[in-house]
Design a protein around this ligand. Structure first.
Ligand code: SF4
Length: 360
């Protein structure tokens, strides 16, 4: 059972890594100092032998379904939104995967809303198994599952589970998740431990920046990561800090995060977890993604679409809204460089590009 990471007094962290985090988050610590240290640590731990730049994994999200029973206040897929929705059949999902494989991707993140009648364990397992047969290493970003369900996905070849807590402030969590299966804070909190116990090797944690005090949420996130690593050594831990840029009408981001704070938070993650994968999505701008890639990021999505069915044959670009059916995306993509354009930039910047995760 996971303890709630917010139960420890956030202003007086007890462990040495958390003490380090508190120092990094102190505005009196110059950002340049953190950037320098984070860059050194990333280079030290992620540069392949004989390489000059560190390894950058490129991946793509594959949105399977925009149907969702939940009412998350900040999400474009929330049940009350009057949007055109789509649930891909297994064949449609595999067709999307073919397009992404043609663009070079071998690591795909399967993303879906929570709609139990359609997003069943059998559905995910069939897609995972078929992708593995095609040479893809899939991970899932879906609703928290039972241990049995995770075990079936692991047996089918799922290499990772991404499950963001959104915020570790339980009171605010309750406010933002008023209805649906996601109302249970504890079930979500314990999801990654169930996944790891069921044989999943890569664990993706994160908070949705903008929902709560970023310093408190980051410290709680670090505690959660520390807790998982101590209890389940040998797993790969990955952190991501998605930031709210656009939300459904009526939702005002209560804790907007500026770019400098955003960079500070990522540097803190690197300094406290030198070997963790740090992930950055296409929500952020080209300028900021390029900047952070050179400091601490080790996994970038590219050429992304947040629409089920948003990847089109014969086009390098992806769509914010599927042109064929008018299906809506979960959030707007800001960096719309194609996979090839992203790879070209990384090459010129001296990175060593990987299209798949290493086998655990
Ligand atoms: S964040 Fe996830 S669970 Fe919540 S409404 Fe959006 S798709 Fe559904």
């Amino acid at each position: 059972m996971c303890t709630n990471p917010t139960n420890t007094e956030t202003d007086s962290p007890t462990s040495e890594p958390l003490g380090r985090a508190a120092g990094c988050l102190d505005p009196a610590t110059p950002l340049e100092e953190l950037v320098r240290r984070a860059t050194e640590l990333t280079a030290e731990h992620f540069t392949p032998p004989g390489g000059s730049g560190w390894r950058m994994l490129l991946y793509a999200p594959l949105y399977l379904s925009s149907h969702c029973v939940n009412h998350c206040a900040y999400c474009g897929f929330r049940a009350p939104e009057a949007i055109q929705r789509k649930h891909l059949s297994v064949d449609e999902a595999l067709r999307q995967a073919d397009i992404l494989q043609d663009r070079g991707f071998e690591h795909l993140l399967l993303v879906a809303g929570d709609f139990p009648r359609l997003t069943t364990t059998e559905y995910f397992v069939e897609i995972i198994r078929s992708l593995v047969e095609r040479g893809v290493r899939p991970a899932v970003e879906i609703a928290p599952q039972t241990a049995g369900s995770y075990a079936e996905m692991a047996a089918a070849g799922a290499c990772g589970v991404t499950l963001y807590q959104e915020t570790y402030n339980e009171q605010l969590y309750t406010l933002y998740h008023p209805r649906g299966s996601k109302t249970s804070y504890q079930w979500r909190l314990e999801g990654l431990r169930r996944a790891a116990g069921a044989g999943i090797g890569r664990l993706g944690l994160g908070v949705l920046l903008g929902l709560a005090d970023p310093r408190e949420d980051l410290l709680a996130l670090l505690r959660h990561g520390d807790d998982l690593q101590s209890a389940l050594p040998g797993r790969t831990v990955a952190f991501s800090l998605p930031r709210i840029h656009e939300a459904p009408a009526g939702f005002e981001t209560p804790y907007p995060i500026d770019d400098e704070t955003f960079v500070r938070l990522y540097c803190t993650l690197r300094i406290v977890f030198p070997r963790a994968e740090l992930v950055l999505s296409t929500r952020e701008s080209v300028v900021l993604r390029n900047r952070l890639a050179k400091i601490c990021i080790t996994q970038l999505s590219a050429g992304s679409s947040t629409v089920p069915g948003g990847y089109e044959d014969g086009s390098a670009q992806s769509h914010a809204t599927s042109p064929a059916v008018g299906v809506a995306g979960q959030f707007p993509v800001t960096d719309d460089r194609s996979a090839a354009e992203m790879a070209e930039w990384l090459c010129k910047a001296g990175f060593s590009i990987a299209w798949n995760t290493p086998a655990e």
